[in-house]
Design a protein around this ligand. Structure first.
Ligand SMILES: Cc1cc2nc3c(=O)[nH]c(=O)nc-3n(C[C@H](O)[C@H](O)[C@H](O)COP(=O)(O)OP(=O)(O)OC[C@H]3O[C@@H](n4cnc5c(N)ncnc54)[C@H](O)[C@@H]3O)c2cc1C
Length: 321
């Protein structure tokens, strides 16, 4: 199998965790004898490259002052040259706003086939098999792809285990570009952060998540108490955020955040597919719901069919004792 190329992503001077997930997927595809190559385009690649050491066989660091921020007009010619020279079996990148912009442009420019939002990737008998959600995550589609020299894939956040250092011996190759100019004059002006988020639920190890079953904002402190006992962060389903019981930044799901904590406790959440899409890859899922047919139990490892207002005090007592 030819090499697998991963496009590293960085923002605000930090490598994005999703890059390591793409590397985890790439190393899985490459197996023991394949090769993973990572392209890192930046103004100062060295500090960004640190977390990549030991996670890729080859690291191509491309340096230019204008590569400090993502700009498709600058990324495209550089990556097109790398792909043309390397002829990788696949190009992988996160299914992020950057990946959603870059992957189709790259595929279009080089005439390569593309699939987005992949949650599983395999390579067998010269073919890729992929899994991806369709209809907003209601159905998962498995596709055996026709053979092609190079496929382009974007990978869903949280779907792949991040690569761990030590998985590969990394050889670094540096290129400093001198002439690199946007063809249509598209230049990066400013990165505007969304309204300050109180916490990043995607970074939490334990989430206590509340749904409409919590009844109203007055009951949120009950869930907060459990969260405090566990050292957890509070998250929620969409109706809870829509009604302002918790900030929007706490919402899990297709129109919220994708999370993958070690422990996800769902309190009074039905488990609609839009919610499941954002949390089903959590390490251990515990659901409390009084309806035994609630879809959340399809993804829960442990289920408690009970009124959450009976369960919460019992849990609190047990944890306090
Ligand atoms: C385009 C689109 C995008 C969406 N994006 C998201 C998203 O990102 N995230 C998201 O969460 N949803 C999203 N939704 C909404 C989604 O379809 C569901 O409506 C939503 O997830 C339901 O939230 P819920 O489970 O809190 O509420 P409900 O579906 O009303 O479920 C409440 C649950 O609580 C249980 N319950 C009630 N009282 C108790 C009690 N006392 N004890 C125990 N259990 C109790 C009930 O049995 C029920 O199962 C989206 C919808 C659309 C159309």
């Amino acid at each position: 199998m030819s090499a697998i190329l991963v496009i590293a992503e960085h923002r605000g001077g930090a490598l994005r965790e999703a890059t390591l997930e793409a590397l985890g997927a790439a190393l899985g595809l490459a197996g023991g004898d394949g090769r993973v190559v990572t392209a890192l385009l930046a103004d100062d690649p060295a500090p960004l490259a640190e977390p990549l050491q030991g996670c890729t066989h080859a690291l191509r660091r491309v340096r230019h002052p204008d590569l400090a921020h993502y700009n498709p007009e600058l990324y495209l010619p550089v990556l097109a040259d790398i792909i043309t020279a390397l002829q990788p079996a696949a190009v992988l990148m996160p299914h992020s706003s950057q990946g959603l912009d870059l992957a189709p442009a790259l595929a279009g420019r080089l005439g390569l086939p593309l699939y987005t939002d992949c949650t599983d990737l395999e390579f067998c008998d010269g073919r890729f098999t992929i899994r991806r959600p369709v209809y907003g995550g209601k159905v998962s589609q498995e596709l055996a792809l026709r053979p092609a020299d190079t496929w382009v894939f974007t990978l869903q956040g949280g779907a792949f285990e991040p690569a761990e250092p030590g998985a590969a011996d990394t050889k670094t190759e540096d290129t400093t570009l001198t002439d690199l100019a946007p063809r249509h004059g598209r230049v990066f002006l400013e990165q505007i952060e969304s309204a300050l988020e109180d916490v990043d639920i995607a970074a939490a190890d334990i989430l206590v998540s509340v749904g409409r079953g919590i009844g109203g904002p007055d009951n949120i402190p009950l869930a907060q108490e459990l969260a405090d006992h566990l050292g957890a962060t509070l998250s929620c389903s969409r109706p809870v955020a829509d009604q302002g019981w918790l900030p929007k930044s706490r919402q899990v799901g297709t129109s919220g955040k994708t999370v993958k904590p070690k422990l996800y406790i769902a309190l009074g959440i039905s488990g609609a597919f839009q919610h499941q899409a954002g949390m089903k890859n959590s390490g251990t899922i515990i659901a409390v719901n009084q309806d035994p047919r609630a879809p959340i139990f399809q993804v829960a490892h442990y289920g408690i069919v009970e009124d959450l207002f009976k369960v919460l005090p019992l849990l609190g007592e047990r944890l306090a004792g």
